[in-house]
Design a protein around this ligand. Structure first.
Ligand code: PA5
Length: 438
């Protein structure tokens, strides 16, 4: 049984409309299966949960154990697909305040992400924050040449070498990159850094279940066996050729039907702040995969109820080109009962005996009804709870949905030609050799 259940009751999309896509979607899936066998296609993620490199997986677990033992701080350097998946899973499944907790309670290094901007303040402030703590680094870049992580790595490599000396530093640097190509691979070979491979046929935004995500997630103390197990359940559940029961296909189809009805913006809404970076990961997955050839749904994200006090007005009442996809976590990890207060000055005694999660769920229900009334269709994705297995399944759910959806839309979901333009301009302005001034 899937841990994920789709509810289209508030979407305005009918079963009949969905079923019209049946043959098309089944063909797309078969095509993906065929392509997943071809090393030159970026569809390696499709069968990854049942077909990953077991030896490397064990090496990841060993490295994570070593890092957890000898480091109080773990710095993860990467951007885009080489960053967001690890952060999404770690922040969803660990304490909101993990980095602020005493070491003996957190039982893992503090984890910081760097190389995802070019802000000198961010780097300087991180170095101040680390102080004299013991540090290890994981630099992640498939191309091995991306500017943001390359600058950050140059800085932190030097930081480590001056702190520990070259030899000890080299034991504290872990590289995740292409198996043959790129400057990072060359450096890793020269310096003998422990290296993990990003498979050729898995693109950045589909790579969270490769060493890209798995090493940082394991260092955070999360169970990567269960994460993969969950993804494997997804691989099985969402290959169901009966579209009626395939939650993943239905989501992919429903969002395209809404797009056809001029709903050009999809807002992923959560009622759990831990999911903030999951939403960021989802935005990249869909934005980079579908936004091309002058088409595609614009993926946006909100954290409710926080953003009901900022974006709520627009969603309720602004331009009617949006739909929402709400992630509902059925069972909160913890809860708090609201107590009766003698004076009741805040007027909250009507909630006495109820829990915060109960109130949160009512806020969600009330918001869904209000937004639907305001002509914003709502797709609801119910997940049982936040744990490794569910997260693995949810990741797979969205990856497959994205591939199917992109194909329905008629774009190639696995390339990203548009991201090169800013780079070319930036390199020209910076005077990079080979980029001429105009
Ligand atoms: O999804 C993608 O392909 C991109 O977001 C890349 O992951 C990102 O640009 C980082 O690239 P690299 O891993 O080569 O440094």
């Amino acid at each position: 049984m899937p841990n994920i259940k789709l509810n289209l009751e508030y979407s305005g999309v009918t079963e009949k409309e969905i079923l019209k896509y049946e043959q098309k979607v089944l063909k797309i899936y078969d095509n993906l299966v065929e392509k997943s066998k071809d090393e030159n296609e970026f569809v390696g993620w499709l069968k990854l949960p049942s077909n990953y490199d077991r030896k490397e997986f064990e090496r990841i677990k060993k490295a994570a154990k070593r890092i957890r033992k000898n480091s109080q701080v773990f710095i993860v350097i990467g951007i885009g697909g080489s960053y967001l998946g690890a952060r999404a899973v770690i922040e969803s499944l660990t304490s909101n305040f993990a980095n602020l907790m005493p070491d003996d309670i957190r039982k893992a290094p503090q984890i910081f992400f760097v190389g995802n901007s070019i802000s000198p303040n961010y780097v300087n402030e991180l170095i101040d924050c680390i102080g004299d703590k013991d540090v290890s680094i994981n630099v992640i870049s498939k191309s091995g040449t991306t500017t943001e992580p390359a600058i950050a790595f140059r800085i932190f490599r030097e930081y480590l070498e001056s702190k520990y000396g070259t030899e000890e530093a080299s034991k504290r640097i872990y590289v995740t990159t292409d198996k043959n190509k790129g400057a990072l691979k060359q450096l890793a070979d020269e310096e003998e850094y422990e290296t993990f491979i990003i498979p050729d046929n898995v693109g950045g935004r589909f790579s969270v279940l490769t060493p890209v995500g798995l090493l940082p997630i394991a260092v955070a103390g999360l169970n990567i066996d269960k994460l993969i197990e969950g993804a494997k359940n997804g691989e099985y559940n969402f290959s169901d050729s009966s579209i009626k029961y395939n939650q993943c296909y239905k989501y992919a189809i429903a969002r395209n039907i809404l797009y056809e009805k001029d709903k050009e913006i999809e807002i992923l809404a959560n009622y759990e702040p831990k999911l903030h970076y999951f939403t960021e990961w989802w935005k990249q997955l869909f934005g980079e995969s579908e936004g091309k050839d002058k088409k595609g749904i614009f993926p946006a994200g909100v954290d409710f109820t926080t953003d009901l006090h900022s974006m709520g007005q627009y969603i309720q009442d602004g331009t009617r080109n949006v739909f929402e996809t709400v992630i509902n976590i059925e069972k909160s990890k913890t809860d708090i009962k609201i107590k009766r207060d003698e004076d009741n000055i805040d007027g909250l005694n009507y909630l006495a005996g109820k829990t915060m999660d109960y109130v949160n769920k009512k806020a969600m229900q009330g918001t869904i009804e209000a937004h639907v009334e305001g002509e914003v269709p709502n797709i609801i994705i119910n997940i049982k709870k936040l744990d490794e297995e569910t997260m693995g399944e949810l990741i797979y759910f969205f990856e497959l949905a994205c591939a199917i959806s992109g194909n329905i839309l008629g774009v190639n979901p696995f390339d990203q030609p548009g991201v090169e333009t800013y780079k070319t301009n930036m390199f020209r302005l910076l005077g990079k050799p080979g980029y001429k001034k105009q």
